[in-house]
Write a protein that binds this ligand. Structure first.
Ligand SMILES: NC(=O)c1ccc[n+]([C@@H]2O[C@H](COP(=O)([O-])OP(=O)(O)OC[C@H]3O[C@@H](n4cnc5c(N)ncnc54)[C@H](O)[C@@H]3O)[C@@H](O)[C@H]2O)c1
Length: 244
């Protein structure tokens, strides 16, 4: 039970990678707080976790909404007393040629994938500093390490998440050594986002393995637990090959 007595907030946890991470964390003893926009989906995921013997609570929240993010964080501290682990997982992707991409789409992707990571982190980090303990895991993407054609906004948003992780990890290290901030860069993962992606065939043709949400959960568990003791400001690259 690597996460006994730990409280973990996972954004975008109603399905896909977020749900996979929540399940692995719960199996390892954490109380998981599932966050996302759709209450019914969150309730279903929480029920699944409880049926497997885990502890799960739901707090609906759109992570692009600054006021709602603040409210969610205050509710967590009021109800559970502390927050040990934050997984910034919520994200969106829309693929199209750059020349056809409306600026609104670029803004939406940046707001959801990057600005929301900043918003949730900004709300949660002061509590971690106060309790002198914290783990923040940002779900970036392999597309943030090597830009994916047809996916300029998404790739740029994930590259920004990687640099945000590195900058903040180094900054916070000076304040508290037991707060660690790392990123995960998954390759293709078998979720709605990947299966509906227009880039799916391109990625598969390039030889990409499609990984499971549970595998992502196990990597997040490593970063959340003491098993990754010396890792801070780092990027865990979860793909079976080097290039698209
Ligand atoms: N699936 C892949 O191949 C893959 C690869 C690399 C990185 N990722 C990243 O992993 C993360 C999870 O992706 P997934 O594949 O599980 O996708 P998904 O679409 O299945 O799940 C994403 C979740 O985020 C939620 N979400 C989106 N916008 C939100 C908002 N504004 N507020 C709250 N919740 C919001 C969605 O409702 C959904 O529950 C994303 O950040 C994605 O970019 C996915």
């Amino acid at each position: 039970m690597l996460l006994d007595n730990k409280t973990a907030l996972i954004t975008g946890a109603g399905r896909g990678i977020g749900k996979g991470i929540a399940k692995v964390f719960a199996k390892n003893g954490a109380l998981v707080i599932l966050s996302g926009r759709t209450k019914a989906t969150l309730d279903e995921a929480a029920e699944e976790i409880r049926a497997e013997g885990g502890k799960a609570e739901c707090i609906p929240c759109d992570v692009t909404d600054e006021a709602k993010v603040r409210e969610m964080t205050e509710e967590i501290i009021a109800r559970f007393g502390r927050l040990d682990i934050l997984v910034n997982n919520a994200g969106i992707s829309r693929e199209m040629p750059f020349t056809e991409m409306p600026i609104e789409v670029f803004d939406e992707i940046m707001t959801t994938n990057m600005r929301s990571v900043m918003l949730v982190t900004k709300a949660v980090l002061p509590h971690m500093i106060e309790q002198s303990y914290g783990r923040i895991i940002n779900i970036a993407s392999a597309a943030g390490l090597r830009g994916l054609p047809g996916s300029t906004a998404y790739s740029a948003s994930k590259a920004a998440v990687i640099c945000f992780t590195q900058s903040l990890g180094d900054e916070v290290r000076k304040v508290c050594r037991d707060i660690r901030i790392n990123a995960i860069c998954p390759g293709p993962v078998d979720t709605e986002m990947f299966q509906k992606s227009e880039r799916r065939e391109f990625i598969l043709a390039a030889g990409g393995d499609v990984n499971s949400c549970e595998t992502m959960g196990e990597a997040a568990l490593f970063l959340a637990s003491d098993m990754s003791g010396c890792m801070n400001s780092q990027v865990l690259n979860l793909r079976g090959f080097n290039r698209w």
